[in-house]
Design a protein around this ligand. Structure first.
Ligand SMILES: *Cc1c(COP(=O)(O)O)cnc(C)c1O
Length: 369
């Protein structure tokens, strides 16, 4: 059977190389994964405790309304329960939004070198993905995006990751407000993907929670996969106007987030002290990386997230292998058309130390382009 031509355009998602696979292939016992922007310290101990408790309920279907989790999220974000829903990771929510608002032939607008799922979800729904190139400093080119919005009428959704993955760059409050004003005069929705919002240090950053006071139909995506350390449990959160949330609830699979995940996510959200400690440790380690990158004279984009993108000026596959042979899994980003870059996630102090040494060695080993 032939599959649809728009599906054939999809470059399959390339996940970070699993640790077990690297160990198997290389026959080495110490492998450190700095490739998937996970929280290497893991979740709050209270989330683990909640899992233990919830395990006695595995023979029951999960609560389809996620009552407890939504109540906790509502309180934390200062919203009503009608303004929140969940999905199996924000990836599922991206897919649901695309299916909800786009007909085949419609388009979404985003940037090149933005989270690849926007494009994958669009193409799998027979929707066109329009992508503007990054600006020189690795940001979304909002001026260019505005021009496209003004000349194209079939764009239904605009996806902005803030901070962005894989660049780690961000849009400040003034830039975003100005752009949202243009969007608000059009028949489309803006999705602000805030997967890394917890890590932001920039003082001119504004979260969608603040922006939605002025732009009430903004849809904000949060995830439990990154700072909260629950990537394996698949919990994404959508925040927005009750109308859009109601539509999401109409089509979402009520059981896609299992009870274990709901319980752990609730406990993790409630432990803001623990979150703060993870963020602080991440900042300290990111500072250490930045210092090393400066010493190595590598060009990188200053990051507001728990990862950074560096231009190694070398073949990324060769760099990847040189690092892997030293037990470090980095992430190539050729699927984003970044042909000399690597992305590194901040790991544990010991992992970063080894990562920095391995990077120095790999740079000496692999010839420059
Ligand atoms: C990791 C990431 C996600 C989150 O994915 P989940 O499906 O929630 O694990 C969403 N958006 C961006 C930009 C990401 O980097």
């Amino acid at each position: 059977m032939k599959v649809s031509p728009s599906i054939m355009q999809i470059m399959p998602y390339q996940p970070g190389k699993p640790i077990s696979e690297a160990k198997r292939e290389l026959g080495i016992s110490h492998v450190y994964k700095l490739a998937s922007n996970e929280n290497p310290w893991g979740p709050s101990p209270k989330a683990i405790e909640a899992l233990r408790h919830e395990i006695s309920e595995v023979h029951r279907y999960p609560d389809p309304t996620a009552f407890d989790l939504l109540a906790t999220a509502a309180e934390l974000f200062g919203l009503g329960r009608e303004n929140i829903t969940i999905g199996a990771g924000s990836s599922e929510l991206i897919d649901l939004l695309t299916r909800l608002y786009c007909e085949p032939g419609d388009a979404i607008l985003t940037s090149k070198a933005a989270f690849i799922s926007y494009k994958i979800c669009a193409l799998s729904s027979r929707v066109t993905a329009i992508e503007t190139p990054l600006t020189e400093d690795g940001k979304f080119d909002l001026a260019r995006m505005k021009d496209i919005l003004n000349s194209q009428s079939h764009i239904r959704l605009v996806f902005i990751a803030n901070p962005n993955n894989p660049t780690g760059t961000y849009l400040n409050e003034a830039e975003l407000t100005d752009f949202l004003e243009v969007c608000s005069s059009k028949d489309l929705l803006v999705v602000l993907d805030e997967a890394y919002v917890e890590f932001v240090r920039a003082s001119d950053f504004a979260s969608g929670l603040k922006l939605r006071e002025k732009f009430p139909h903004l849809i904000i995506l949060r995830t439990m996969s990154k700072a909260y350390g629950l990537a394996n449990l698949r919990v994404g959160i959508a925040l927005g106007h009750k109308d859009e949330i109601a539509q999401l609830n109409r089509i979402r699979n009520p059981f896609s987030v299992c009870g274990l995940s709901q319980a752990a996510a609730k406990a993790a959200l409630m432990d803001q002290e623990y979150l703060k400690s993870v963020v602080q440790k991440t900042w300290r380690e990111m500072d250490r990386w930045e210092e090393a990158l400066k010493k190595l004279q590598l060009k990188y984009y200053p990051s507001q997230a728990n990862f950074f993108l560096a231009d190694c000026r070398r073949n990324p596959e060769k760099m990847f292998k040189a690092l892997l042979s030293r037990g470090i899994i980095a992430r190539t980003v050729t699927n984003y058309d970044l042909m000399s870059h690597l992305r590194f996630s901040v790991g544990l102090p010991e992992e970063n130390k080894l990562g920095i040494e391995a990077l120095g060695a790999a740079l000496s080993e692999v010839p420059t382009l």
